[in-house]
Structures are given as structure tokens and as C-alpha cells.
Design a protein around this ligand. Structure first.
Ligand SMILES: [Zn+2]
Length: 105
């Protein structure tokens, strides 16, 4: 039996990348929706784009303000599940996207 962690591309990432992926997977991150709902640290759960709560899914999949970066990292559309639980390459694309957005997750 191989332990769970060796079946997950997550363990192949660098430490900072693991932190980003884990925060996005759990939603325990510094995006507005979590800070507001759980910790009351921001005045609003809404993304700066004003359309939706600033959740990992919104940032990774739909936020129009991040579309130029998203299109550069993922020229073809990629499902959220792949962005968070895909291969090492998929996860590295996600961490690259997050670092280019300059968002603190
Ligand atoms: Zn947005």
C-alpha cells in the first residue's frame, strides 16, 4: 500500500506551491469570502470585480479582472477539479496563475 500522499501530484511541488494549492482546496485562504464569512477581517466577501464572492473558484474560473492572466496560463478552458487536483503540471499552472495575479491566498 502506498500512502495517499505519493499518489497525489501535490507532494511533488515545492513547499510554497503546496501552501497555495492546499489553501485553494480548503478555501482557508486570504481571499475576501473566507476572511469575511469566517473571520470578519474584510468589510465584504465580494471580489474587487464586484460580481461575486471572492472564492477560489471565482478567482480560478470566472473573475473577469483575471481573464488576461487566466487565458495566458490556460489557453484552453480547464475544469476547476483539474486546476486543484490534476497532475503536477496542472498544479504548477495553478500556482503560476496565483502568483501572477499578485493575490495573497
Ligand atoms: Zn472577481
Amino acid at each position: 500500500m502506498r500512502p495517499q500522499s505519493t499518489r497525489d501530484a501535490y507532494h511533488l511541488l515545492e513547499r510554497w506551491q503546496q501552501v497555495v494549492i492546499m489553501r485553494l482546496r480548503t478555501g482557508h485562504c486570504r481571499l475576501n469570502a473566507h476572511l469575511f464569512r469566517k473571520l470578519k477581517l474584510t468589510p465584504s466577501p465580494t471580489c474587487p470585480c464586484g460580481l461575486e464572492d471572492q472564492t477560489p473558484e471565482h478567482v480560478l474560473m470566472t473573475c473577469p479582472q483575471l481573464k488576461p492572466i487566466r487565458d495566458k496560463v490556460w489557453p484552453a478552458s480547464v475544469p476547476l477539479r483539474t486546476k486543484l487536483y490534476g497532475s503536477r503540471q496542472d498544479l504548477e499552472a495553478t500556482t503560476s496563475f496565483v502568483s501572477q495575479t499578485k493575490l495573497m491566498v
